[in-house]
Design a protein around this ligand. Structure first.
Ligand code: AMP
Length: 289
């Protein structure tokens, strides 16, 4: 019996990672970063696959960033599976894993943070104050450390993708962004590291989230166009299945704010099932997702 041991290089320090990136850049390669918090699943793997290509060197960062968790959130119990992560990175075609400690990312004296753009203030921003400041700061640091030309993010975290897009543009960061579609389990549940917290009953109830997003999309395509009506449809469908709803919102895809009935629309949900908080979203125009 052969035991597969992942051979992917792992670097723990910013300095070594920057040095490696400099070598690659000097050789004419482009560096592509896929930032993650580990406990990798097929959603992450799809982003790594998207990142690979001729002349590209793919760095996957694995870092459970403490500054994006609020008090009382799940930082201490966030799922971890480093060996599994390495195997997935390796088989998906990554070239390097950057897995720093919190002390490496935030040495004493590191006190500069990024003030996120205005679109960070709604939805997740209302329910997770400080979350996007933590995300923006760590992403900017990861861009700088890895010297990436390209960074890949998932549309699963729709608002995060918009916030990072805005930050990158506003700060003229020399990084091109690529976005991957949401990968779902067979029943429709969006893959998430946090799905590991769900028991069988909770997993069944979690299906309500993707189901009502699909219902909202169908209703939109059939002519229900006001955010209020669409939001009501989602809330009705979630009631009795999820334990609480942080938001079930239909907003403008650009501003993440109010829209007119004739405007494009994206639906976003954050709901709790037991102690687990799940998010998902759907572009209401798209027929297949
Ligand atoms: P995380 O490890 O949860 O911070 O996620 C790292 C990256 O993977 C982010 O860009 C997420 O948007 C993306 N991601 C998470 N879940 C999925 C999914 N189900 N499909 C595609 N991308 C995902």
């Amino acid at each position: 019996m052969t035991t597969e041991v992942s051979s992917i290089p792992i670097l723990r320090t910013a300095e070594e990672t920057s040095d490696k990136a400099r070598q690659w850049l000097a050789d004419g390669d482009r560096v592509v970063l896929v930032p993650t918090m580990g406990a990798l699943h097929e959603g992450h793997v799809s982003l790594i696959r998207l990142a690979t290509g001729a002349g590209r060197k793919v760095v996957v960062s694995i870092f459970v960033n403490p500054t994006q968790f609020g008090a009382g959130e799940d930082l201490a119990r966030y799922p971890r599976d480093f060996d599994g992560d390495l195997a997935k990175c390796s088989s998906a075609g990554a070239d390097l894993v950057f897995a720093p400690s919190a002390a490496e990312m935030y040495p004493s004296g590191c006190s500069t943070t990024i003030e996120p753009p205005a679109i960070a203030g709604v939805l997740e921003g209302e329910f997770r104050p400080g979350h996007f400041a933590g995300v923006c700061t760590v992403v900017a640091k990861l861009f700088a450390i890895t010297r990436c030309d390209i960074a890949v993010f998932g549309r699963k975290d729709y608002q995060q993708a918009r916030v990072i897009e805005t930050m990158t543009r506003d700060l003229c960061l020399p990084v091109e962004l690529e976005f991957g579609e949401t990968i779902r389990e067979s029943g429709g549940l969006a893959m998430s590291s946090r799905n590991a917290y769900l028991n069988e009953d909770q997993r069944q109830r979690a299906l309500a989230i993707s189901e009502v997003l699909a219902v909202a999309r169908d209703s939109f395509l059939e002519g229900t166009r006001t955010s209020q009506d669409l939001e009501q449809i989602m809330v009705m469908g979630l009631r009795g299945r999820v334990d609480s709803i942080d938001y079930a919102a239909v907003v403008h895809p650009e501003t993440l704010g109010p829209r007119n009935a004739e405007d494009p629309a994206v639906a976003l949900i954050a709901a709790r099932i037991g102690a687990t908080r799940l998010i998902d979203n759907r572009d209401l125009h798209a027929r297949d997702q």
